[in-house]
Design a protein around this ligand. Structure first.
Ligand code: ADP
Ligand code: MG
Length: 620
Protein backbone atom coordinates (compact mmCIF):
# COMPACT_ATOMS: atom_id res chain seq x y z
CA UNK A 1 0.00 0.00 0.00
CA UNK A 2 1.34 3.41 -0.96
CA UNK A 3 2.91 5.22 1.90
CA UNK A 4 2.72 8.96 2.03
CA UNK A 5 5.43 10.87 3.81
CA UNK A 6 4.70 14.29 5.24
CA UNK A 7 6.56 16.89 7.23
CA UNK A 8 5.14 18.17 10.47
CA UNK A 9 4.12 21.81 10.55
CA UNK A 10 7.14 23.80 11.75
CA UNK A 11 5.52 24.55 15.12
CA UNK A 12 4.84 20.85 15.75
CA UNK A 13 8.44 19.97 14.95
CA UNK A 14 9.58 22.59 17.43
CA UNK A 15 7.14 21.38 20.03
CA UNK A 16 8.24 17.77 19.58
CA UNK A 17 11.83 18.76 19.88
CA UNK A 18 11.11 20.31 23.25
CA UNK A 19 8.94 17.40 24.37
CA UNK A 20 11.35 14.66 23.30
CA UNK A 21 14.56 16.23 24.50
CA UNK A 22 13.31 17.59 27.75
CA UNK A 23 13.63 15.75 30.98
CA UNK A 24 10.03 16.51 31.73
CA UNK A 25 9.53 15.02 35.15
CA UNK A 26 5.87 14.24 34.88
CA UNK A 27 5.92 11.88 31.91
CA UNK A 28 2.92 9.88 33.06
CA UNK A 29 0.54 12.62 31.97
CA UNK A 30 0.83 11.29 28.40
CA UNK A 31 -1.72 8.67 29.40
CA UNK A 32 -4.14 11.25 30.70
CA UNK A 33 -3.88 13.10 27.38
CA UNK A 34 -4.49 10.03 25.23
CA UNK A 35 -7.38 8.84 27.40
CA UNK A 36 -8.84 12.34 27.34
CA UNK A 37 -8.71 12.34 23.53
CA UNK A 38 -10.27 8.87 23.38
CA UNK A 39 -13.08 10.03 25.63
CA UNK A 40 -13.69 13.12 23.48
CA UNK A 41 -13.79 10.87 20.41
CA UNK A 42 -16.45 8.64 22.01
CA UNK A 43 -18.47 11.71 23.04
CA UNK A 44 -18.43 12.96 19.46
CA UNK A 45 -19.63 9.67 18.05
CA UNK A 46 -22.34 9.30 20.67
CA UNK A 47 -23.70 12.66 19.57
CA UNK A 48 -23.48 11.81 15.87
CA UNK A 49 -25.30 8.52 16.53
CA UNK A 50 -28.32 10.36 17.90
CA UNK A 51 -29.29 11.18 14.33
CA UNK A 52 -27.36 8.41 12.53
CA UNK A 53 -27.71 5.32 14.70
CA UNK A 54 -26.18 3.14 11.97
CA UNK A 55 -22.79 4.66 12.81
CA UNK A 56 -22.53 2.52 15.93
CA UNK A 57 -24.32 -0.61 14.72
CA UNK A 58 -22.67 -3.72 16.11
CA UNK A 59 -20.42 -1.82 18.50
CA UNK A 60 -22.54 0.52 20.58
CA UNK A 61 -20.81 0.15 23.96
CA UNK A 62 -18.19 2.86 24.17
CA UNK A 63 -14.96 1.98 25.90
CA UNK A 64 -11.27 2.77 26.00
CA UNK A 65 -8.91 -0.18 26.21
CA UNK A 66 -5.34 -0.16 27.50
CA UNK A 67 -3.34 -3.04 26.07
CA UNK A 68 0.23 -3.49 27.31
CA UNK A 69 2.41 -5.96 25.43
CA UNK A 70 5.54 -6.82 27.38
CA UNK A 71 7.11 -8.86 24.58
CA UNK A 72 6.87 -6.09 22.03
CA UNK A 73 7.39 -3.31 24.54
CA UNK A 74 4.25 -1.51 23.35
CA UNK A 75 1.28 0.08 25.02
CA UNK A 76 -1.91 0.53 22.99
CA UNK A 77 -4.71 2.91 23.88
CA UNK A 78 -7.71 1.94 21.77
CA UNK A 79 -11.13 3.55 21.60
CA UNK A 80 -14.22 2.91 19.52
CA UNK A 81 -15.08 6.55 19.08
CA UNK A 82 -15.43 8.74 16.02
CA UNK A 83 -12.00 7.95 14.52
CA UNK A 84 -10.21 9.95 11.84
CA UNK A 85 -10.07 9.92 8.06
CA UNK A 86 -6.95 10.79 6.15
CA UNK A 87 -7.55 14.53 6.15
CA UNK A 88 -8.32 14.50 9.87
CA UNK A 89 -5.05 12.69 10.54
CA UNK A 90 -2.98 15.14 8.59
CA UNK A 91 -4.77 18.10 10.12
CA UNK A 92 -4.99 16.92 13.74
CA UNK A 93 -1.75 15.00 14.10
CA UNK A 94 0.44 17.01 11.77
CA UNK A 95 -0.30 20.57 12.78
CA UNK A 96 -1.27 22.50 15.85
CA UNK A 97 -4.87 23.15 15.00
CA UNK A 98 -5.50 25.78 17.61
CA UNK A 99 -4.04 28.96 16.21
CA UNK A 100 -3.29 30.47 19.61
CA UNK A 101 -1.17 27.48 20.62
CA UNK A 102 0.74 27.56 17.34
CA UNK A 103 1.46 31.23 17.83
CA UNK A 104 2.55 30.52 21.38
CA UNK A 105 4.97 27.80 20.30
CA UNK A 106 6.39 30.08 17.64
CA UNK A 107 7.30 32.56 20.34
CA UNK A 108 9.05 30.11 22.65
CA UNK A 109 12.52 31.36 23.36
CA UNK A 110 14.64 28.23 23.06
CA UNK A 111 15.59 27.93 26.72
CA UNK A 112 14.46 24.31 27.06
CA UNK A 113 13.80 24.39 30.76
CA UNK A 114 11.67 27.48 30.56
CA UNK A 115 9.91 26.36 27.41
CA UNK A 116 8.94 23.05 29.02
CA UNK A 117 7.55 25.00 31.90
CA UNK A 118 5.50 27.24 29.67
CA UNK A 119 4.28 24.36 27.55
CA UNK A 120 3.18 22.64 30.72
CA UNK A 121 0.62 25.39 31.10
CA UNK A 122 -0.70 24.84 27.60
CA UNK A 123 -0.33 21.14 27.37
CA UNK A 124 0.91 19.27 24.38
CA UNK A 125 -2.05 16.90 24.04
CA UNK A 126 -1.45 14.07 21.63
CA UNK A 127 2.19 14.97 21.12
CA UNK A 128 2.95 14.15 24.74
CA UNK A 129 3.04 10.51 23.57
CA UNK A 130 6.58 11.21 22.37
CA UNK A 131 7.73 11.82 25.92
CA UNK A 132 7.63 8.07 26.46
CA UNK A 133 7.56 6.56 22.97
CA UNK A 134 10.25 6.29 20.30
CA UNK A 135 7.63 5.35 17.74
CA UNK A 136 3.90 6.06 17.65
CA UNK A 137 1.37 4.38 15.37
CA UNK A 138 -2.27 5.40 15.08
CA UNK A 139 -4.56 2.88 13.44
CA UNK A 140 -7.90 4.47 12.79
CA UNK A 141 -11.14 4.37 10.88
CA UNK A 142 -13.71 7.10 10.94
CA UNK A 143 -17.23 6.00 11.87
CA UNK A 144 -19.22 5.39 8.68
CA UNK A 145 -16.13 5.21 6.43
CA UNK A 146 -14.92 2.24 4.42
CA UNK A 147 -11.25 3.10 4.45
CA UNK A 148 -8.94 2.87 7.44
CA UNK A 149 -5.56 4.55 7.94
CA UNK A 150 -2.28 4.11 9.70
CA UNK A 151 -0.34 7.15 10.86
CA UNK A 152 3.22 6.59 12.02
CA UNK A 153 6.02 8.73 13.32
CA UNK A 154 9.17 8.74 15.35
CA UNK A 155 8.51 12.31 16.30
CA UNK A 156 11.38 13.64 14.26
CA UNK A 157 10.20 16.02 11.61
CA UNK A 158 7.93 13.74 9.64
CA UNK A 159 5.13 11.22 9.73
CA UNK A 160 3.63 8.79 7.25
CA UNK A 161 0.05 7.96 6.39
CA UNK A 162 -0.83 4.62 4.76
CA UNK A 163 -4.13 3.00 3.92
CA UNK A 164 -4.97 0.27 6.46
CA UNK A 165 -8.06 -1.83 5.70
CA UNK A 166 -7.63 -3.77 8.95
CA UNK A 167 -8.42 -0.71 11.12
CA UNK A 168 -11.50 -0.96 13.32
CA UNK A 169 -13.82 1.98 14.01
CA UNK A 170 -12.19 4.47 16.32
CA UNK A 171 -8.50 4.94 17.01
CA UNK A 172 -5.82 2.71 18.46
CA UNK A 173 -2.64 4.50 19.47
CA UNK A 174 0.32 2.14 19.83
CA UNK A 175 3.38 3.44 21.62
CA UNK A 176 6.72 1.71 21.28
CA UNK A 177 8.00 2.67 24.69
CA UNK A 178 11.47 3.99 25.24
CA UNK A 179 13.85 1.93 27.33
CA UNK A 180 13.31 4.14 30.36
CA UNK A 181 9.53 4.11 30.04
CA UNK A 182 8.89 0.39 30.23
CA UNK A 183 7.27 0.93 33.58
CA UNK A 184 4.12 1.93 31.73
CA UNK A 185 3.61 -1.71 30.79
CA UNK A 186 3.08 -2.59 34.41
CA UNK A 187 -0.62 -3.09 35.30
CA UNK A 188 -0.11 -1.60 38.76
CA UNK A 189 1.34 1.57 37.23
CA UNK A 190 -1.50 1.84 34.75
CA UNK A 191 -4.09 1.34 37.50
CA UNK A 192 -2.51 4.05 39.60
CA UNK A 193 -2.26 6.58 36.76
CA UNK A 194 -5.82 6.07 35.56
CA UNK A 195 -7.16 6.32 39.09
CA UNK A 196 -5.21 9.48 39.62
CA UNK A 197 -5.83 11.38 36.39
CA UNK A 198 -8.70 9.73 34.57
CA UNK A 199 -11.13 8.39 37.12
CA UNK A 200 -13.66 11.04 36.07
CA UNK A 201 -13.77 9.82 32.48
CA UNK A 202 -17.39 8.87 31.93
CA UNK A 203 -16.74 5.79 29.83
CA UNK A 204 -14.95 2.65 31.02
CA UNK A 205 -11.18 2.57 30.77
CA UNK A 206 -10.44 -1.14 30.55
CA UNK A 207 -7.10 -2.82 31.14
CA UNK A 208 -6.68 -5.85 28.87
CA UNK A 209 -4.18 -8.35 30.16
CA UNK A 210 -3.79 -12.01 29.23
CA UNK A 211 -7.26 -11.90 27.74
CA UNK A 212 -8.76 -10.64 31.01
CA UNK A 213 -10.48 -7.28 31.22
CA UNK A 214 -10.51 -4.98 34.23
CA UNK A 215 -12.22 -1.59 34.41
CA UNK A 216 -9.89 0.91 36.07
CA UNK A 217 -12.07 3.97 36.53
CA UNK A 218 -15.45 4.75 38.07
CA UNK A 219 -16.81 5.36 34.58
CA UNK A 220 -19.66 7.62 35.50
CA UNK A 221 -19.87 11.29 34.70
CA UNK A 222 -18.22 13.19 37.50
CA UNK A 223 -20.85 15.90 37.63
CA UNK A 224 -23.59 13.34 38.31
CA UNK A 225 -21.91 12.28 41.54
CA UNK A 226 -22.75 14.07 44.72
CA UNK A 227 -20.25 16.62 45.93
CA UNK A 228 -19.28 14.56 48.94
CA UNK A 229 -18.15 11.73 46.66
CA UNK A 230 -15.73 13.85 44.69
CA UNK A 231 -12.28 14.73 45.96
CA UNK A 232 -10.57 18.05 45.18
CA UNK A 233 -8.03 16.11 43.12
CA UNK A 234 -10.79 14.58 41.02
CA UNK A 235 -12.38 17.96 40.45
CA UNK A 236 -9.03 19.27 39.36
CA UNK A 237 -8.33 16.42 36.96
CA UNK A 238 -11.74 16.77 35.44
CA UNK A 239 -11.02 20.43 34.90
CA UNK A 240 -7.82 19.53 33.04
CA UNK A 241 -9.80 17.20 30.81
CA UNK A 242 -12.82 19.36 30.14
CA UNK A 243 -10.97 22.63 29.74
CA UNK A 244 -7.94 21.21 27.94
CA UNK A 245 -6.08 23.28 30.49
CA UNK A 246 -3.19 22.57 32.78
CA UNK A 247 -3.39 25.10 35.56
CA UNK A 248 -5.32 24.70 38.79
CA UNK A 249 -8.86 26.00 38.80
CA UNK A 250 -9.29 29.14 40.87
CA UNK A 251 -12.93 28.34 41.54
CA UNK A 252 -14.96 25.14 41.30
CA UNK A 253 -18.73 25.41 41.36
CA UNK A 254 -20.78 22.21 41.32
CA UNK A 255 -24.51 22.40 41.78
CA UNK A 256 -27.81 21.01 40.71
CA UNK A 257 -30.58 23.41 39.75
CA UNK A 258 -34.01 22.10 40.60
CA UNK A 259 -37.47 23.47 40.11
CA UNK A 260 -38.83 25.01 36.95
CA UNK A 261 -35.78 23.90 35.02
CA UNK A 262 -33.36 21.16 35.95
CA UNK A 263 -29.72 21.03 35.09
CA UNK A 264 -26.40 20.25 36.67
CA UNK A 265 -23.51 22.64 36.41
CA UNK A 266 -19.89 21.84 37.08
CA UNK A 267 -18.14 25.10 36.37
CA UNK A 268 -14.60 26.26 36.81
CA UNK A 269 -12.74 29.52 36.68
CA UNK A 270 -9.09 29.02 35.67
CA UNK A 271 -6.33 30.61 37.69
CA UNK A 272 -4.35 31.49 34.58
CA UNK A 273 -5.42 33.61 31.68
CA UNK A 274 -6.24 31.49 28.62
CA UNK A 275 -4.18 32.87 25.75
CA UNK A 276 -7.22 33.51 23.59
CA UNK A 277 -9.38 35.27 26.17
CA UNK A 278 -9.31 38.50 24.18
CA UNK A 279 -9.80 36.84 20.81
CA UNK A 280 -12.39 38.88 18.90
CA UNK A 281 -14.85 35.96 18.64
CA UNK A 282 -15.38 36.14 22.45
CA UNK A 283 -16.74 32.59 22.43
CA UNK A 284 -17.85 30.86 25.58
CA UNK A 285 -16.33 27.46 26.35
CA UNK A 286 -18.67 25.56 28.65
CA UNK A 287 -19.76 22.23 27.19
CA UNK A 288 -23.42 21.41 26.93
CA UNK A 289 -24.63 17.89 27.70
CA UNK A 290 -28.20 16.69 27.50
CA UNK A 291 -28.97 13.70 29.72
CA UNK A 292 -25.23 12.96 29.90
CA UNK A 293 -24.73 13.00 26.14
CA UNK A 294 -22.21 15.56 25.00
CA UNK A 295 -23.90 17.90 22.54
CA UNK A 296 -21.55 20.76 21.84
CA UNK A 297 -19.15 23.30 23.21
CA UNK A 298 -20.30 25.80 20.64
CA UNK A 299 -23.61 27.02 22.02
CA UNK A 300 -22.91 30.67 22.18
CA UNK A 301 -26.12 31.51 23.98
CA UNK A 302 -25.33 29.31 26.95
CA UNK A 303 -23.35 32.09 28.58
CA UNK A 304 -22.80 35.78 27.89
CA UNK A 305 -19.37 36.74 26.49
CA UNK A 306 -18.35 38.48 29.71
CA UNK A 307 -18.34 35.08 31.45
CA UNK A 308 -16.27 33.42 28.75
CA UNK A 309 -13.54 32.58 31.24
CA UNK A 310 -15.78 29.81 32.62
CA UNK A 311 -14.95 26.21 31.80
CA UNK A 312 -16.81 23.01 32.60
CA UNK A 313 -20.10 21.35 31.73
CA UNK A 314 -23.79 22.00 31.95
CA UNK A 315 -25.99 18.91 31.73
CA UNK A 316 -29.68 19.49 31.12
CA UNK A 317 -32.48 17.07 31.83
CA UNK A 318 -35.04 19.09 29.95
CA UNK A 319 -33.57 19.96 26.58
CA UNK A 320 -34.52 17.55 23.79
CA UNK A 321 -31.76 15.17 22.74
CA UNK A 322 -32.59 14.97 19.08
CA UNK A 323 -32.32 18.61 18.25
CA UNK A 324 -29.77 20.10 15.93
CA UNK A 325 -27.12 22.40 17.37
CA UNK A 326 -28.54 25.22 15.28
CA UNK A 327 -32.06 24.86 16.67
CA UNK A 328 -30.71 24.50 20.17
CA UNK A 329 -29.40 28.00 19.93
CA UNK A 330 -32.96 29.34 19.82
CA UNK A 331 -34.53 27.06 22.38
CA UNK A 332 -36.27 29.07 25.11
CA UNK A 333 -35.16 26.56 27.75
CA UNK A 334 -31.59 27.43 26.90
CA UNK A 335 -32.29 31.08 27.68
CA UNK A 336 -33.60 30.02 31.08
CA UNK A 337 -30.53 27.94 31.79
CA UNK A 338 -28.41 30.90 30.83
CA UNK A 339 -30.24 33.19 33.24
CA UNK A 340 -29.79 30.62 35.99
CA UNK A 341 -26.09 30.20 35.25
CA UNK A 342 -25.37 33.91 35.22
CA UNK A 343 -27.17 34.43 38.50
CA UNK A 344 -25.43 31.53 40.13
CA UNK A 345 -21.95 32.43 38.95
CA UNK A 346 -22.31 36.08 39.98
CA UNK A 347 -23.61 35.01 43.38
CA UNK A 348 -20.64 32.69 43.81
CA UNK A 349 -18.23 35.45 42.83
CA UNK A 350 -19.90 37.71 45.36
CA UNK A 351 -19.34 35.11 48.04
CA UNK A 352 -15.73 34.71 47.04
CA UNK A 353 -15.21 38.47 47.00
CA UNK A 354 -16.62 38.79 50.50
CA UNK A 355 -14.49 35.96 51.86
CA UNK A 356 -11.70 37.96 50.31
CA UNK A 357 -9.86 34.69 49.81
CA UNK A 358 -7.45 35.55 47.00
CA UNK A 359 -10.22 37.33 45.14
CA UNK A 360 -7.66 39.64 43.63
CA UNK A 361 -6.08 36.65 41.85
CA UNK A 362 -9.32 36.32 39.95
CA UNK A 363 -9.72 40.02 39.50
CA UNK A 364 -6.26 40.56 38.09
CA UNK A 365 -6.71 37.79 35.55
CA UNK A 366 -10.35 38.21 34.52
CA UNK A 367 -11.49 41.59 35.83
CA UNK A 368 -11.25 43.24 32.39
CA UNK A 369 -13.48 40.50 30.96
CA UNK A 370 -16.09 40.70 33.71
CA UNK A 371 -16.23 44.48 33.32
CA UNK A 372 -17.56 43.96 29.79
CA UNK A 373 -20.76 42.92 31.55
CA UNK A 374 -21.16 46.42 32.96
CA UNK A 375 -21.46 47.62 29.42
CA UNK A 376 -23.36 44.71 27.90
CA UNK A 377 -25.63 43.38 30.61
CA UNK A 378 -27.32 46.46 31.82
CA UNK A 379 -29.79 44.61 34.03
CA UNK A 380 -27.01 43.03 36.00
CA UNK A 381 -24.80 46.02 36.46
CA UNK A 382 -25.81 46.32 40.11
CA UNK A 383 -24.62 42.75 40.63
CA UNK A 384 -21.44 43.19 38.65
CA UNK A 385 -20.21 46.56 39.86
CA UNK A 386 -19.78 45.46 43.50
CA UNK A 387 -17.60 42.61 42.16
CA UNK A 388 -15.27 45.08 40.52
CA UNK A 389 -12.03 46.22 42.10
CA UNK A 390 -10.22 49.44 41.42
CA UNK A 391 -6.89 51.11 41.73
CA UNK A 392 -7.09 54.62 43.10
CA UNK A 393 -4.85 57.46 44.14
CA UNK A 394 -5.66 56.83 47.81
CA UNK A 395 -3.90 53.51 48.40
CA UNK A 396 -1.78 50.85 46.77
CA UNK A 397 -4.17 47.87 46.74
CA UNK A 398 -7.51 47.14 45.12
CA UNK A 399 -10.61 48.82 46.51
CA UNK A 400 -14.34 48.62 45.93
CA UNK A 401 -16.43 51.45 44.57
CA UNK A 402 -18.35 51.60 47.83
CA UNK A 403 -15.11 52.22 49.69
CA UNK A 404 -14.43 55.13 47.38
CA UNK A 405 -17.94 56.52 47.84
CA UNK A 406 -17.56 56.18 51.61
CA UNK A 407 -14.40 58.28 51.54
CA UNK A 408 -15.74 61.13 49.40
CA UNK A 409 -14.89 64.58 50.67
CA UNK A 410 -17.46 67.00 51.95
CA UNK A 411 -18.67 69.06 49.02
CA UNK A 412 -17.51 66.44 46.50
CA UNK A 413 -20.41 65.66 44.21
CA UNK A 414 -18.81 63.31 41.67
CA UNK A 415 -16.68 60.18 41.49
CA UNK A 416 -13.54 61.19 39.66
CA UNK A 417 -11.55 58.94 37.38
CA UNK A 418 -8.71 58.99 34.94
CA UNK A 419 -8.11 56.52 32.10
CA UNK A 420 -4.88 55.48 30.40
CA UNK A 421 -2.79 52.52 29.32
CA UNK A 422 -0.37 52.39 32.12
CA UNK A 423 -0.97 52.70 35.84
CA UNK A 424 2.36 54.28 36.69
CA UNK A 425 1.99 56.82 33.90
CA UNK A 426 -1.54 57.94 34.75
CA UNK A 427 -0.62 58.23 38.42
CA UNK A 428 1.80 60.97 37.38
CA UNK A 429 -0.74 62.84 35.28
CA UNK A 430 -0.71 66.58 35.88
CA UNK A 431 -4.51 66.60 35.69
CA UNK A 432 -4.52 64.83 39.08
CA UNK A 433 -2.55 67.50 40.91
CA UNK A 434 -5.44 69.63 42.10
CA UNK A 435 -7.36 66.56 43.28
CA UNK A 436 -4.40 65.27 45.19
CA UNK A 437 -3.85 68.63 46.84
CA UNK A 438 -7.44 68.45 48.07
CA UNK A 439 -7.12 64.82 49.10
CA UNK A 440 -9.83 63.77 46.63
CA UNK A 441 -9.55 60.10 45.68
CA UNK A 442 -9.42 59.43 41.92
CA UNK A 443 -10.04 56.05 40.24
CA UNK A 444 -7.14 54.95 38.05
CA UNK A 445 -8.51 52.95 35.12
CA UNK A 446 -6.28 51.16 32.64
CA UNK A 447 -8.49 48.68 30.76
CA UNK A 448 -9.80 49.67 27.32
CA UNK A 449 -13.31 48.58 28.37
CA UNK A 450 -13.31 51.33 31.03
CA UNK A 451 -13.80 53.93 28.32
CA UNK A 452 -17.07 52.26 27.47
CA UNK A 453 -18.79 51.17 30.64
CA UNK A 454 -18.23 54.40 32.54
CA UNK A 455 -20.17 56.62 30.16
CA UNK A 456 -22.78 53.86 29.76
CA UNK A 457 -23.44 53.55 33.48
CA UNK A 458 -22.93 57.19 34.28
CA UNK A 459 -23.28 57.01 38.06
CA UNK A 460 -23.07 54.87 41.17
CA UNK A 461 -25.03 55.43 44.39
CA UNK A 462 -26.30 58.68 42.91
CA UNK A 463 -22.77 59.98 42.29
CA UNK A 464 -21.95 60.73 38.67
CA UNK A 465 -18.63 59.56 37.24
CA UNK A 466 -16.52 62.38 35.94
CA UNK A 467 -13.19 62.23 34.10
CA UNK A 468 -10.50 64.46 35.56
CA UNK A 469 -9.21 65.02 32.03
CA UNK A 470 -12.46 66.27 30.68
CA UNK A 471 -14.59 69.38 30.99
CA UNK A 472 -14.34 72.04 33.67
CA UNK A 473 -13.60 71.19 37.25
CA UNK A 474 -14.53 73.17 40.26
CA UNK A 475 -12.64 72.00 43.28
CA UNK A 476 -13.40 75.09 45.32
CA UNK A 477 -16.47 73.58 47.02
CA UNK A 478 -14.60 70.55 48.21
CA UNK A 479 -13.43 70.71 51.79
CA UNK A 480 -9.96 69.57 52.68
CA UNK A 481 -6.40 70.06 51.62
CA UNK A 482 -5.75 72.52 54.43
CA UNK A 483 -2.69 70.58 55.37
CA UNK A 484 -1.20 71.13 51.96
CA UNK A 485 1.28 73.92 51.32
CA UNK A 486 -0.33 77.36 51.05
CA UNK A 487 -1.29 78.20 47.51
CA UNK A 488 1.01 80.32 45.43
CA UNK A 489 -0.54 83.63 44.39
CA UNK A 490 -1.79 83.54 40.81
CA UNK A 491 -0.80 85.84 37.99
CA UNK A 492 -3.14 88.86 37.84
CA UNK A 493 -6.26 88.14 35.77
CA UNK A 494 -5.45 90.89 33.27
CA UNK A 495 -1.99 89.50 32.62
CA UNK A 496 -3.43 86.00 32.20
CA UNK A 497 -5.89 87.30 29.63
CA UNK A 498 -3.08 88.81 27.59
CA UNK A 499 -1.03 85.62 27.79
CA UNK A 500 -3.98 83.45 26.79
CA UNK A 501 -4.72 85.68 23.83
CA UNK A 502 -1.06 85.48 22.71
CA UNK A 503 -0.92 81.68 23.11
CA UNK A 504 -4.16 81.25 21.17
CA UNK A 505 -2.83 83.42 18.40
CA UNK A 506 0.41 81.42 18.23
CA UNK A 507 -1.23 77.99 18.29
CA UNK A 508 -4.23 78.69 16.09
CA UNK A 509 -6.04 75.51 15.02
CA UNK A 510 -3.73 73.27 17.02
CA UNK A 511 -5.83 73.80 20.13
CA UNK A 512 -9.52 73.99 20.72
CA UNK A 513 -9.14 76.58 23.41
CA UNK A 514 -6.66 77.91 25.97
CA UNK A 515 -7.84 78.38 29.55
CA UNK A 516 -6.53 79.02 33.04
CA UNK A 517 -6.51 75.77 35.00
CA UNK A 518 -8.19 74.78 38.26
CA UNK A 519 -6.72 71.30 38.32
CA UNK A 520 -3.00 72.00 38.18
CA UNK A 521 -0.74 72.76 41.10
CA UNK A 522 2.83 71.75 40.22
CA UNK A 523 2.79 71.59 36.42
CA UNK A 524 2.56 74.56 34.08
CA UNK A 525 0.19 72.99 31.52
CA UNK A 526 -2.04 70.06 30.67
CA UNK A 527 -4.42 68.98 27.94
CA UNK A 528 -8.07 68.22 28.58
CA UNK A 529 -11.05 67.27 26.49
CA UNK A 530 -14.23 69.30 26.45
CA UNK A 531 -17.10 67.77 28.41
CA UNK A 532 -18.93 65.48 26.00
CA UNK A 533 -15.93 65.25 23.69
CA UNK A 534 -14.12 61.95 23.26
CA UNK A 535 -11.49 61.43 25.94
CA UNK A 536 -7.87 61.73 24.88
CA UNK A 537 -7.21 58.13 25.90
CA UNK A 538 -10.14 56.74 23.92
CA UNK A 539 -9.07 58.71 20.90
CA UNK A 540 -5.61 57.20 21.24
CA UNK A 541 -7.08 53.69 21.55
CA UNK A 542 -9.18 54.13 18.44
CA UNK A 543 -6.24 55.47 16.48
CA UNK A 544 -4.10 52.54 17.61
CA UNK A 545 -6.78 50.15 16.31
CA UNK A 546 -7.16 52.17 13.13
CA UNK A 547 -10.76 52.89 13.94
CA UNK A 548 -10.08 56.56 13.52
CA UNK A 549 -7.57 58.60 11.58
CA UNK A 550 -8.15 62.07 12.86
CA UNK A 551 -6.68 63.75 15.87
CA UNK A 552 -8.94 66.31 17.52
CA UNK A 553 -7.59 69.55 18.93
CA UNK A 554 -7.75 69.72 22.73
CA UNK A 555 -8.12 72.39 25.33
CA UNK A 556 -4.76 73.60 26.66
CA UNK A 557 -5.01 74.52 30.32
CA UNK A 558 -2.35 76.73 31.83
CA UNK A 559 -1.57 77.10 35.49
CA UNK A 560 -1.76 80.76 36.61
CA UNK A 561 0.22 79.89 39.76
CA UNK A 562 3.21 78.39 38.03
CA UNK A 563 6.32 80.64 37.96
CA UNK A 564 6.85 80.00 34.24
CA UNK A 565 3.30 81.01 33.39
CA UNK A 566 3.47 84.02 35.69
CA UNK A 567 6.73 85.08 34.07
CA UNK A 568 5.32 84.69 30.58
CA UNK A 569 2.15 86.56 31.52
CA UNK A 570 4.18 89.45 32.86
CA UNK A 571 6.37 89.43 29.75
CA UNK A 572 3.42 89.51 27.35
CA UNK A 573 1.76 92.28 29.34
CA UNK A 574 4.96 94.30 29.24
CA UNK A 575 4.73 94.23 25.47
CA UNK A 576 6.90 91.19 24.75
CA UNK A 577 5.69 89.36 21.63
CA UNK A 578 7.30 87.85 18.61
CA UNK A 579 9.37 84.68 18.42
CA UNK A 580 9.97 84.38 22.15
CA UNK A 581 6.29 84.08 23.05
CA UNK A 582 5.52 82.02 19.97
CA UNK A 583 8.24 79.49 20.85
CA UNK A 584 6.99 79.36 24.40
CA UNK A 585 3.39 78.71 23.30
CA UNK A 586 4.42 75.80 21.07
CA UNK A 587 6.72 74.35 23.69
CA UNK A 588 3.94 74.48 26.27
CA UNK A 589 1.62 72.55 23.97
CA UNK A 590 4.33 70.03 23.09
CA UNK A 591 5.10 69.55 26.76
CA UNK A 592 1.46 68.82 27.48
CA UNK A 593 1.42 66.32 24.61
CA UNK A 594 4.54 64.55 25.83
CA UNK A 595 3.04 64.13 29.28
CA UNK A 596 0.02 62.49 27.57
CA UNK A 597 2.41 60.05 25.90
CA UNK A 598 2.08 61.73 22.50
CA UNK A 599 4.98 62.93 20.40
CA UNK A 600 5.33 66.68 19.77
CA UNK A 601 3.20 67.69 16.79
CA UNK A 602 6.33 68.59 14.81
CA UNK A 603 9.44 67.01 16.37
CA UNK A 604 11.91 69.01 14.26
CA UNK A 605 10.26 72.30 15.16
CA UNK A 606 10.16 71.19 18.78
CA UNK A 607 13.91 70.55 18.79
CA UNK A 608 14.64 73.86 17.09
CA UNK A 609 12.52 75.85 19.56
CA UNK A 610 13.94 74.00 22.53
CA UNK A 611 17.48 74.82 21.38
CA UNK A 612 16.58 78.46 20.83
CA UNK A 613 15.02 78.81 24.27
CA UNK A 614 17.96 77.12 25.99
CA UNK A 615 20.41 79.31 24.10
CA UNK A 616 18.51 82.41 25.21
CA UNK A 617 18.56 81.06 28.77
CA UNK A 618 22.34 80.82 28.58
CA UNK A 619 22.50 84.31 27.25
CA UNK A 620 24.07 82.93 24.08
P1 ADP B 1 -6.94 18.64 21.85
O1 ADP B 1 -7.43 17.36 22.48
O2 ADP B 1 -6.74 19.71 22.88
O3 ADP B 1 -7.78 19.07 20.69
P2 ADP B 1 -4.73 16.98 21.09
O4 ADP B 1 -3.34 17.27 20.65
O5 ADP B 1 -4.88 16.16 22.32
O6 ADP B 1 -5.48 18.37 21.26
O7 ADP B 1 -5.50 16.27 19.92
C1 ADP B 1 -5.55 16.84 18.64
C2 ADP B 1 -6.74 16.39 17.86
O8 ADP B 1 -6.55 15.08 17.34
C3 ADP B 1 -8.03 16.30 18.64
O9 ADP B 1 -8.68 17.54 18.73
C4 ADP B 1 -8.83 15.29 17.78
O10 ADP B 1 -9.46 15.96 16.72
C5 ADP B 1 -7.76 14.40 17.24
N1 ADP B 1 -7.66 13.15 18.02
C6 ADP B 1 -6.73 12.86 18.94
N2 ADP B 1 -6.93 11.64 19.46
C7 ADP B 1 -8.03 11.13 18.85
C8 ADP B 1 -8.79 9.90 18.95
N3 ADP B 1 -8.44 8.96 19.82
N4 ADP B 1 -9.85 9.76 18.14
C9 ADP B 1 -10.22 10.72 17.26
N5 ADP B 1 -9.57 11.89 17.13
C10 ADP B 1 -8.49 12.10 17.91
MG1 MG C 1 -6.38 16.30 23.85
Amino acid sequence: MAEEKRAFQAEVAKLLDIVVHSLYSNKEIFLRELVSNASDACDKLRYAALTQPELVTGDAEFRIRLIPDKDKGTLTIADNGIGMNKDDLVENLGTIARSGTAEFVRQLGGDIKQDVNLIGQFGVGFYSAFMVAEHVAVLTRKAGDEAGWRWESEGEGEFTVTEAPEAARGAAITLKLREDARDFLDPATLRRIIKRYSDHIAIPVVLVEDGKEETLNSANALWTRSKSEVTPEQYKEFYHHVAHAFDDPWMTLHYKAEGAIEYTGLLYIPSQKPFDIFHPDRKQHVKLYVKRVFITDQVEDLLPPYLRFLRGVVDSQDLPLNISRELLQHNPLLAKIRTGLVKRVLAELKKKSEENADYTTFWEVFGPVLKEGLYEDFERRNDILPLCRFRTTAEEGWVTLDQVVGRMKEGQDALYYITGDDLAAIKRSPQLEGFQAKGVEVLLLTDPIDEFWLPAIGEWQGKPFRAVTQGDVDLSKIQGGEAAAPEQPAAPAGEMDSLIAAVKLALGEAVRDVRPSERLTGSPVCLVAEAGQMSIHLEKLLRAHRQMEQEFPRVLEINPRHPLIKGLAARVTAGGTGPEIEDAAHLLLDQARIVEGEPPADPAAFARRMAAVMARGLGA
